[in-house]
Write a new protein. Structure first.
Length: 450
C-alpha cells in the first residue's frame, strides 16, 4: 500500500486549493521513513492546517503530523514541557491549565501544533513584552534531509535553531520540542475594552500600553474619513485569586470549561459577505462594545473565533486571503492609513481586522514581527485578489514593512527579498542542510525559497 494518497486540500483561507499526495505517520519512529520516502520527490510537514495560504501545501507530497501528539515529559518546577511535534496548543491548555500553567504565547487560534508554531515563530497579544514563541523554546529535535536528527538550541546548532524558527518547515521536520509554560493562578482574564475613534488614537492607546501583558485592537477595515481605523481596544492580564474572590467561580479558580462550539454547517453564498453587509456588521460590532472592565474565561479573550467551528466557511467556496503586514513604529501611522484607505475605497468586503503592537525582533532571519504595529485583514477571494494584495505589498515595502509568510498566498520572490533583508542568510543554511531541496512547499516554490 502506498504511503502517499492524493487529496484536494487548502490552507485555512481555502485559497489556493491543490491536489496533494498525503502521508500520515502514526508513530514517531515512522516519521523519517515517510518524510524521506522515494514515493514523494519532496515533502512539507502539515499540522492542523491553520496556515492561511499555501505554506502547508505541495503537489509533491505533504506529511501530516497530527497523530504525533504525545506529551513526553513535564517538569513541574520549571514548567518545561517536552512533547512531540503534533501536540496541539488546545491539548496543552486542556491538560495544564487545571495544573496552573498556560501557553507562553497565545496566537490567533489554539488549533495549531507545536511543530507548526515553531515553523511560523508564532506571536500573540503579548509580543510587545515577551516576543515570539522563540523566547520560550528550550530546544528541539530536527529531522533533516540526510536522515540525521539534530538537537537544536541556542547552544547546539544555533544557526539552524534560528533558521527553523519562522523557516516555514523548509529546514526539516521538528520531531519533538521543549517549551517553557507560564504559571497562572486562575483560568480567567481581567479584560478591559475601550473604543477608539480613529487610527491615530488607536495607535496612541496601544503605544501607551507598554506594561499591559496582552493588548489587541479589533479594527473596522471599512471605516473611512475621520473614522478611518476606528477600533475596539482589548487589554488583559491573567486574573489572580484576589481578582476573582467576589465571583461565583472563585472556589475553583483553575477550572477549564471549553465553550460549547457552534458551527458553520455549510459554505455560505457569496452575497452574504458583500461590502454592504460587512460594513453593517463592522458598524454593529463597534457600536455593541462599551468602555468597561470585567473578568472572563481566557478562551473568549484569546480565541473568540475558535468557538465557531469551520468559521472559514462564511467566505463560501471562493475562500479568502488574510493579508497581514507589520510596519516599523515611525512609519506605522502613515503606512497603515494608506493601506486602510486602499482597502476602504476598493469596494472589497474587509471583515473586522486585528491591529497589534510589537516589540523587538529576534534573531530568526525569517521571523515576522519587528518593533512596530501589525495589521491583519480578511479579504474574500476575487479574480484580481493577487493584483490587489501586490498593491498592498507595494505600500508595505514603501514604509519598510514585511508580510507574514504563514498567511501569504499572493506575494512574489522579488517582494519577499526586499522585505526580509536576511533571506540569503536563511537560504545559505537551508542549502547546507538540504542541498537537494527535499523540504519544499507550494509557498517556497512560488517565492523561490531554495
Amino acid at each position: 500500500m502506498p504511503l502517499f494518497l492524493p487529496k484536494e486540500i487548502g490552507g485555512w483561507g481555502r485559497f489556493p486549493t491543490q491536489n496533494c499526495p498525503l502521508a500520515r505517520p502514526e508513530k514517531l519512529g515512522a516519521l523519517a521513513k515517510t518524510a524521506l520516502s522515494e514515493e514523494a520527490p519532496s515533502v512539507i510537514a502539515r499540522g492542523l492546517g491553520r496556515a492561511y495560504g499555501d505554506a502547508a501545501l505541495s503537489e509533491n507530497g505533504v506529511l501530516l503530523t497530527e497523530r504525533l501528539n504525545y506529551f513526553l515529559d513535564f517538569d513541574a518546577q520549571t514548567g518545561v514541557l517536552h512533547a512531540q511535534c503534533g501536540v496541539s496548543f488546545a491539548q496543552i491548555l486542556e491538560t495544564f491549565v487545571p495544573l496552573g500553567w498556560f501557553l507562553p504565547v497565545a496566537p490567533g487560534t489554539k488549533f495549531i501544533t507545536l511543530g507548526g508554531a515553531i515553523a511560523c515563530d508564532v506571536h500573540g497579544k503579548n509580543h510587545h513584552i515577551e516576543g515570539t514563541i522563540s523566547g520560550f523554546l528550550e530546544e528541539f529535535e530536527l529531522l533533516t534531509a540526510s536522515g540525521e536528527v539534530l538537537n537544536c538550541s541556542r547552544q547546539q546548532n544555533p544557526e539552524i535553531f534560528w533558521a527553523t524558527l519562522g523557516g516555514m518547515g523548509l529546514t526539516g521536520v521538528v520531531q519533538t520540542a521543549k517549551i517553557r509554560l507560564k504559571p497562572i493562578e486562575t483560568a480567567y482574564i481581567v479584560a478591559t475594552t475601550k473604543r477608539t475613534q480613529n487610527l491615530a488614537q488607536t495607535l496612541d492607546e496601544l503605544e501607551k500600553d507598554g506594561a499591559t501583558p496582552y493588548t489587541v485592537a479589533w479594527i473596522d477595515g471599512l471605516s473611512s474619513g475621520e473614522n478611518l481605523g476606528r477600533s475596539v481596544l482589548l487589554r488583559g492580564k491573567h486574573a489572580t485569586k484576589n481578582d476573582i474572590k467576589t465571583h461565583e467561580f472563585s472556589a475553583h479558580p483553575l477550572d477549564y470549561h471549553t465553550a460549547k462550539k457552534a458551527g458553520v454547517p455549510r459554505d455560505l453564498p457569496d452575497f452574504v459577505l458583500s461590502p454592504a453587509t460587512v460594513k453593517l456588521f463592522n458598524a454593529y460590532y463597534y457600536a455593541s462594545h462599551s468602555d468597561e472592565t470585567r473578568v472572563l474565561s481566557f478562551e473568549p479573550f484569546f480565541w473568540p473565533l475558535d468557538a465557531i467551528g469551520n468559521w472559514n466557511r462564511i467566505y463560501g467556496t471562493r475562500g479568502f486571503v488574510q493579508y497581514q503586514c507589520v510596519l516599523p513604529r515611525a512609519a506605522a501611522c502613515e503606512g497603515l492609513t494608506q493601506i486602510l484607505e486602499t482597502i476602504a475605497t476598493s469596494g472589497r468586503a474587509a471583515f473586522l481586522g486585528v491591529l497589534k503592537r510589537h516589540g523587538a525582533q529576534n534573531e530568526a532571519p525569517l521571523s515576522f514581527a519587528l518593533d512596530g504595529f501589525s495589521l491583519a485583514l480578511d479579504l474574500p477571494t476575487t479574480p484580481d485578489i493577487r493584483e490587489f494584495c501586490l498593491a498592498l505589498d507595494e505600500i508595505t515595502l514603501r514604509f519598510g514593512g514585511r508580510i507574514y509568510l504563514a498567511k501569504d498566498a499572493t506575494s512574489t520572490p522579488q517582494n519577499v527579498r526586499k522585505m526580509f533583508l536576511r533571506l540569503e542568510e536563511f537560504l545559505q543554511i537551508k542549502r547546507e542542510i538540504d542541498p537537494q531541496n527535499r523540504f519544499q512547499s507550494s509557498l517556497s516554490r512560488r517565492l523561490e525559497l531554495f
